[in-house]
Design a protein. Sequence first.
Length: 210
Amino acid sequence: MKVTKAQLRRIIKEEKRRMSEFGGALSMRRQAFANLDPLVDYLRYVKERGHITPAASSVIASYADEKGLSADGNEVVAIAQQFGIEPVDVRHELARIRAESQVQERKTMKVTKSQLKRIIREAANDRAMRDTAAEEALRWFREGAVGQMTRDSWVTSVRKSPDSHLIPDPDYEVMFRVTIRTSGNAKYQVDVVLDAETGGYRGAADVDRY
């Protein structure tokens, strides 16, 4: 049978449409299988971890964090959409989980022996400086007019002075505020300045002078 040019064009057009539909269906099937693997792995994760439901943004985010996946990755987005979860909610949950993980890592960060020795040395140096500040403040007070008239006096507390910003050389000096009580239950405060490196006494003054 003779086929006209118009009929031939129509046959070719219909065949192209049929092949296009077949190719689209094949592409959709391939995509479905591509999404199946991460979904199966996710459901296995949910069961192993004992989560109540897979349809939760926090659970999906936990899975993504454990697998090292991005919240915007195809796998995570496909899982979220499968359970009707907004990907943006998963993104927020994942950001929260990773932020908390970083904080926990800082808290549990391993300290080397050299770092531990330095920390102990600095703590001991600070303790020694506080003891020196207490001794010098008490000596300064007892040599003053009020101290000479007081029967007994002692140190009740030593802390970094809130007026430390008034030190001329803050890189080389440190100031402690020492609280002294007397037998008459009176309270006096003395600021003592020490050398920041050696802990040597630099000077003292009654707090009222500031």
